[in-house]
Design a protein around this ligand. Sequence first.
Ligand SMILES: C[C@@]1(CC(=O)O)C2=NC(=C\c3[nH]c(c(CCC(=O)O)c3CC(=O)O)Cc3[nH]c(c(CC(=O)O)c3CCC(=O)O)/C=C3\N/C(=C\2)[C@@H](CCC(=O)O)[C@]3(C)CC(=O)O)/[C@H]1CCC(=O)O
Ligand SMILES: NC(=O)c1ccc[n+]([C@@H]2O[C@H](COP(=O)([O-])OP(=O)(O)OC[C@H]3O[C@@H](n4cnc5c(N)ncnc54)[C@H](O)[C@@H]3O)[C@@H](O)[C@H]2O)c1
Length: 198
Amino acid sequence: MSTTDTGNNLFPVFFKLEEMNLLIVGGGYVGWEKLSVVINNSPKTKIKLVAKEMGQEVIDLAMEYPNITLLEKAFEESDLEGINLVIVGINDPDASSSIQLICRQKNILVNVADKPSLCDFYLGSVVKKGDLKIAISTNGKSPTVAKRMRELLTDVIPDTIDEVLQNMTEIRDKLKGDFDYKVNKLNEITKSWKNGKG
Ligand SMILES: C[C@@]1(CC(=O)O)C2=NC(=C\c3[nH]c(c(CCC(=O)O)c3CC(=O)O)Cc3[nH]c(c(CC(=O)O)c3CCC(=O)O)/C=C3\N/C(=C\2)[C@@H](CCC(=O)O)[C@]3(C)CC(=O)O)/[C@H]1CCC(=O)O
Ligand SMILES: NC(=O)c1ccc[n+]([C@@H]2O[C@H](COP(=O)([O-])OP(=O)(O)OC[C@H]3O[C@@H](n4cnc5c(N)ncnc54)[C@H](O)[C@@H]3O)[C@@H](O)[C@H]2O)c1
């Protein structure tokens, strides 16, 4: 996918991954890294992980999650049956390209780790505080900066933000009135947050 000179044109979305079927190809370090990041964010995702050789870390992690299925074999096209999303992390560039091509033909979105030209979507750096989640992208320019931004935001956002979210949900549920009334009321309550106050 190409970029333009207008900055970051990627479109951010938050997938309900736990309602999807994910295929991960690769059972080495990168395969384990991607499996971990998925499990940390969306632990109930139905994951099939296919690898010619399965690393011990992947085996250990999969033992804790019945929703992870491991298949020790080379990737085959039939692995894509019923799959919504694919993440590839293998040490074979030709096989990576060929998997990307098959996914493209089948309209299945694919991420080939560390190979931007083969990705339909990039993974982001993730800040998570309870129900708050912030995903960071540098448009592929510097994953290291994305990681540093994650650390910075994790430090400055108070852990109590989750209590605030739960309280706001309660207030939101209790508000009676039409849509405009609710929007105005919720904006009023949080007004002092603007310009860093509150
Ligand atoms: C955010 C994060 C999410 C995740 O992967 O979970 C992520 N990479 C992370 C870390 C990281 N990756 C790399 C380093 C080593 C330092 C360096 O090279 O900079 C570090 C830093 C470290 O580990 O300290 C190597 C690397 N990565 C890519 C290339 C290829 C290239 O740039 O051409 C190479 C060179 C490979 C080589 O040289 O062989 C490409 C991509 N990496 C992306 C995501 C996508 C763009 C995200 C964005 O827009 O910023 C994109 C485009 C595609 C993708 O993989 O999805 C995660 C941070 C997690 C956290 O928060 O800690
Ligand atoms: N390890 C890192 O920190 C790192 C960093 C940047 C880039 N990379 C790149 O990422 C890729 C993967 O790295 P890794 O460290 O996970 O490698 P690895 O050698 O630890 O693991 C590769 C995995 O891919 C599997 N595999 C290979 N071909 C396959 C196929 N056709 N079908 C199914 N499984 C297949 C292997 O069995 C193994 O499980 C490499 O290209 C590497 O250069 C790795």
